[in-house]
Design a binder for this molecule. Structure first.
Ligand SMILES: CC(C)[C@H](C(=O)O)[C@@H](O)C(=O)O
Ligand code: SF4
Length: 475
């Protein structure tokens, strides 16, 4: 890039891209992949194809395999053999066998280091600034919180990465979301993400990689940045990222896979340069002030259909755009909600605190802080599913598990669980759930189930009230 015409600054995304570009062909780039995370649902066919072609895994030490989507949230110590569902058991057994055959490290079911792939990668210190990270899973965007380029890939691409440690990609456009000011007390990264979704919609970042910037983002913890980056994919983005800083470095220091000693110092020196240049160009810019962000709840069947917890369920008749109006009508019908009524007070049957969006230790601390000394409403079945065995253990050591259980929450073993209903944790038809996950599509948590996305604070408060409520309004 020596030509003077090319001296314009680069974004963080551009820099990570350029540093990993191996070859160019017809507008596509072959990108080197630093970390490949695998789970049981999207890897069996990839491994089968690899084996059929007589190939080996190019760099097995750059992969880690985890069982998360269809593991039951009890009895994990028994391993796949103890899983009742045949398809789930077959996938879990295949992952274990494939990882062992191809020399890939895996955390077996029941291993305390195991859990949701997007919780475990960061927790182990494997997800690091400046890396390219892929997984056959859309919410791989979570790892962008570390200033990594992290995105989901399909099963055929999983095979390609296993075989070559590279992937063919088209460059995305750059988008920056700058959040000025500071979040109000009791407002969390989840609210911020749902607020952004409410502004830009589910296609709002289509074709772009989002960089989150500004003082309100800098003030977020790593757990919170992961929540925000996690939801980038629901905005239509290819990935979302935050430039690394002292918060990122402090989080990573001392983690099992983080560099140590002189290697740590060298890494810090490298990571310190990972930011967008002042004159970098973003094709799209969104800016707003965090002060106005309220605790948010979804009322519909996509994650951009949100209102503040103090707001009203919208009236489709008032929506000018015909497509959005039809979507709202259909969503309200599925959700069994009446337009124009307050979202607070809508009665719920279930509560799910978990998922790669909100199942980390800070999320559980917030939930425990709200339910301490209170009881879950008698008609509500509430469960907490920690994101990993280590989160579970830490919550038990901190007394969080006791508080949640004393309040009447079911304390489960880690996994995706009720986020996606691929294990026995499912909603029954018509059941309404306050959920801390990221998707509220029709049938997402079980056939006919109705999902309201919200923060752990709101979900915990709603469990107590038996209806959607803001924690400040709890008696
Ligand atoms: C099962 C998996 C492929 C899927 C994804 O890619 O996101 C799941 O994790 C989800 O959240 O819907
Ligand atoms: S927790 Fe939910 S969103 Fe996250 S990877 Fe699992 S199924 Fe997907």
């Amino acid at each position: 890039m020596a030509a003077t015409a090319m001296t314009r600054g680069r974004t963080l995304y551009d820099k990570i891209w350029d540093a990993h570009a191996v070859a160019e062909d017809d507008g596509e780039t072959l990108l080197y992949i630093d970390l490949h995370l695998l789970h049981e649902v999207t890897s069996p066919q990839a491994f089968a194809a690899l084996a059929a072609a007589g190939r080996r895994v190019r760099q097995p030490q750059r992969a880690l395999a985890l069982s998360d989507h269809n593991v039951p949230t009890e009895g994990q110590a028994a391993g796949p053999a103890g899983v009742a569902d045949e398809e789930a058991r077959a996938q879990l057994e295949a992952l274990a066998a494939n990882a062992d055959h191809f020399g890939i490290e895996r955390f077996a079911m029941g291993d305390p280091r195991g859990g949701i792939v997007h919780v475990v990668g960061p927790e182990q210190g494997r997800s690091q600034p400046g890396m390219t990270i892929v997984c056959g899973d859309s919410h791989t965007s979570t790892h962008g919180a570390f200033g990594a380029l992290a995105f989901g890939i399909g099963t055929s691409e999983v095979e390609h990465v296993l075989a070559t440690q590279t992937i063919r990609q088209r460059r995305s456009r750059n988008m920056r979301i700058t959040v000025n000011g500071a979040l109000a007390p009791h407002v969390f990264a989840k609210d911020l993400a749902l607020h952004i979704l409410g502004i830009i919609g589910v296609d709002g970042a289509g074709g772009h990689v989002i960089e989150y910037a500004g003082p309100a983002i800098r003030a977020l913890s790593m757990d919170a940045r992961m929540t925000l980056c996690n939801l980038s994919i629901e905005m239509g983005a290819r990935a979302g990222l935050v430039a690394p800083d002292e918060t990122s470095f402090a989080y990573l220091k001392g983690r099992p896979a983080a560099p140590r000693g002189a290697a740590w110092d060298a890494a810090l020196a490298r990571w310190g340069h990972l930011s967008s240049d002042a004159d970098a160009r973003f094709e799209r810019e969104v800016q707003f002030d965090a002060t106005g962000v309220r605790p948010m709840v979804s009322w519909g069947t996509n994650p951009s259909q949100v209102v503040p917890v103090g707001g009203l369920i919208p009236d489709p008749a008032a929506i000018a755009n015909a497509e959005l109006r039809a979507a709202a009508e259909r969503a309200l019908d599925y959700m069994g909600l009446a337009p124009g009524t307050p979202i607070a007070g809508v009665r719920i049957d279930r509560v799910f605190i978990g998922s790669c969006t909100n199942s980390r230790i800070e999320d559980l601390r917030v939930a425990a802080g709200i339910v301490r000394g209170r009881r879950v409403a008698p008609h509500v079945r509430a469960m907490v599913v920690p994101g990993s065995g280590l989160v579970k253990r830490q919550a038990e050591e901190e007394g969080i598990a006791d508080i949640l259980q004393a309040a009447g929450f079911d304390w489960r073993e880690p996994g995706c669980s009720l986020c996606v209903g691929m294990n026995p944790d499912r909603l029954n038809p018509g059941e309404r759930c306050a959920a801390t996950s990221n998707r509220n599509f029709e049938n997402r948590q079980g056939r006919g189930g109705r999902t309201h996305l919200m923060s752990p604070a709101l979900a915990a408060a709603s469990a107590i009230a038996g209806a959607i409520i803001s924690p400040e309004d709890l008696p």
